[in-house]
Design a protein around this ligand. Sequence first.
Ligand code: BES
Ligand code: ZN
Ligand code: ZN
Length: 470
Amino acid sequence: MNIQLLNQNIADAASDISLEYITTKELKKNKNKKALKLAGFDASADSICFLHNKQLLVCGVEELNAENVRSVSAIAVKALQKTNYKSANISIENMMLIPALVEGFVLGGYTYDRYKTKKSKTSLKDIALIYTKDDYKKAIKVFSDAVIVADATCFTRDIVNTTPEDLNPPSFAKLAKNLAKENGLGCTILNEKALKKENCTAMLAVGRASRHESQLIHLSYKPKNAKKKVNLIGKGLTYDSGGLSLKPGASMVTMKMDKAGACAVLGIIKAASEMKLDIEINAFIGAVENMIGGDAYKPDDVLVSRNGKTIEVRNTDAEGRLVLADVLDYAQDKVKADYMFDFATLTGACMVAVGQYTTGVMGHSSKLKHSFYNAASISGELTASLPFNKHLKKQIKSEIADICNISNKPYGGAITAGLFLDAFIKEENKDKWLHFDIAGSAYTETPWDVNVYGGTGAGVRFMSQFLKSL
Ligand code: BES
Ligand code: ZN
Ligand code: ZN
């Protein structure tokens, strides 16, 4: 699907169908109110109505704002994809709504059919946004950034949706290498031999029973005159069986998505480089598969992490934090950054705490958390802050090692996981770091907002928005 922004002057209005967004209040004054009433359309949120004889698709919004426009656009595009219309257009005069429309159409219209023998077919090829105001040049920039971020989100979704057979640590490294080549990024890949040299023993332990070699992937985007440096770290469990603390059968399904943090990090560096942001970005990914076997790491093992701290393993399903412990430490040693953010499908507990739709945000700096909250609300992603405290920190103490990989109490699991990561953040970086738990928000089996079945691309939109705001 091709989406473009047209200036009113150059727009030939020759689309097969036009979209019109109206509020319940406006319905009473609408010139098609009779036909709309007959169709049972009340312009309530997320409702749509085709008036085929007028070549019109009317979309209901309670109030004309980005959030409502984004979500009804996703519904509209899905409905259009089922018709035989080849092109659609919409007139807009408010620049602020451009990203919401792009996100609704691109993300709502996303399909993943790599594993279908019959590929999904749709007649809809073109969507034109017709901008009716004068500052077209500014609008073009807003539009093209929105398209870049939406496309990067789809790129992230594609990788998340790829099966664990097709996307394992070595093939993940290959994919990252290709992205680096296409986008002119630096790329360093550490295989197991190199990881041993780097003393990434915790990360290596998690991947030991896998037939695929673990990989630490480092991509860098270094524009001239970069004003800031940002480190991004992603949990890349290409499959999480739970290891010897095996997951129950039902919980194992969808665990290909345990690489979503790493996929988000790739999407973000892709978007930042295509928007040509003047920020240096270093992305670090721990790509590992958590499996069972005679060689598997075990509950009762004590691992020596890269920074020298010892970790008592009491559950091999709390593996993400072990991988991240080493990758976080490696990232801090390699690049002294102004900010550092990690993305991870870390805990089921985060979903229990904030629901499936929201990303849990953890860290020490209230200021940083606040700026993220703002960036997230603009981007349309949901985030909620989960506060650290010293009492929860005691729950990950170990009797025999420096720290334990699980909590000794059943509550606050998302935060205790965040506090575990905190133990691997150097003192000077404490206020520069935030941890994003995307366990719930990264994947869905029921469509919601602009998300369809599968990977959602969580993190790409809010992080891109934050980077733009720097
Ligand atoms: N990858 C999972 C977390 C997860 C669960 C992500 C559900 C997405 C959906 C993680 O490695 C894990 O298994 N965590 C355990 C931690 C526990 C053993 C302390 C969990 O959440 O149950
Ligand atoms: Zn796990
Ligand atoms: Zn996991």
